[in-house]
Ligand binder design. Structure first.
Ligand code: PLP
Length: 289
């Protein structure tokens, strides 16, 4: 499979990761994942903006403009030709020898860019039936708004949930629900949609951004306020959102049913609107071609 490595598109077997790459040694880098529908990148601009925000938060100067990065990603997408999938791209702070914790001089050390595309299909079974999750203490750092490649905290949380036989982790910080291990988390109570406010404790999801827009059009009230474990267990519905999995209902947490233990009415309405928005996006791109 072809990948993007800095400015080149080459076979993945030709990529050389230096032992002293700061991404490899420190997890010193950031990433993004954009969903590709019918050969087009969905909400590309929003993902690129968040990528630039993450770069700024880790004090990294990117060696290309948004337009240049977008052109490279599109070159890769054209070369690989996957119609439905996701593009993953990351930038590490680069190769600096010897290994020192100090950030290297950005005039000397250039960030290293990598991108690859993999096929992905809509997880329809999970979207229709929902999944079972477990509560896990949120022990991640306090920069969860940065889309950092250092995902160990998220991986540990997911693994803890899986060890207990659940498919997903619902993270709790000081009794409040933050998000899931790689998704934003939502609950519905008495027709109102609740989710954790953006800030340092969660990733500001691009899917979350889209849902804000769709719920406005649907006339569903959204409150971005933190809620507790107890409030979530007493909710009517729960779901998680991410670019790759879109909207997936959570029907049980710690073996306790949420609502009637089935994907809820409001969740289904939002999922339907989300898929319709994607179909419109795809149609608009087809008409442009
Ligand atoms: C921790 C975390 N929260 C939320 C999300 C959802 O973000 P998005 O909707 O932009 O994919 C992700 C996606 O990877 C994530 O890793």
């Amino acid at each position: 499979m072809k990948v993007l490595w800095n400015e080149q598109i080459i076979d993945e077997s030709k990529v050389k990761i230096d032992l002293e790459d700061r991404g490899y040694q420190f997890g010193d880098g950031i990433y993004e994942v954009i969903r590709i529908y019918d050969g087009c990148m969905y909400m590309e601009k929003e993902h690129l903006d968040r990528f630039w925000e993450s770069a700024q938060k880790i004090r990294m100067t990117l060696p290309f403009t948004q337009v240049e990065l977008s052109q490279r990603l599109h070159r890769l997408a054209n070369e690989v030709g996957i119609e439905n999938g996701r593009i993953y791209f990351q930038v590490t702070r680069g190769v600096a020898k010897p290994r020192l914790h100090d950030f290297p001089d950005s005039a000397v050390v250039q960030p290293v860019l990598l991108a690859d595309i993999q096929p992905v299909s809509r997880p329809s079974v999970k979207q229709n039936l929902g999944i079972r999750a477990g509560f896990v203490e949120d022990r991640r750092w306090l920069h969860c708004d940065i889309k950092s490649i250092s995902l160990l905290g998220n991986l540990l949380a997911l693994d803890e949930a899986k060890q207990k036989g659940f498919e997903e982790a619902v993270l709790l910080r000081e009794g409040f629900v933050t998000e899931a291990s790689a998704s934003n988390l939502w609950m519905v109570k008495d027709g109102i949609l609740y989710t954790h406010p953006d800030g340092q404790l969660i990733l500001p999801g691009i899917t979350k951004m889209k849902i804000r827009e769709l719920t406005k059009a649907l006339g569903i009230e959204v409150k971005e306020v933190a809620f507790t474990k107890k409030e979530l267990l007493a909710a009517d519905e729960c779901f998680k959102t991410s670019s790759v999995a879109e909207i997936v209902p959570i029907i049980e947490i710690d073996k306790q049913k949420i609502g009637d233990g089935m994907p809820g009415k409001v969740t289904k309405r939002i999922l339907k609107a989300y898929i319709e928005a994607i179909n419109l996006f795809v149609q608009a791109h087809r008409n442009e071609k």
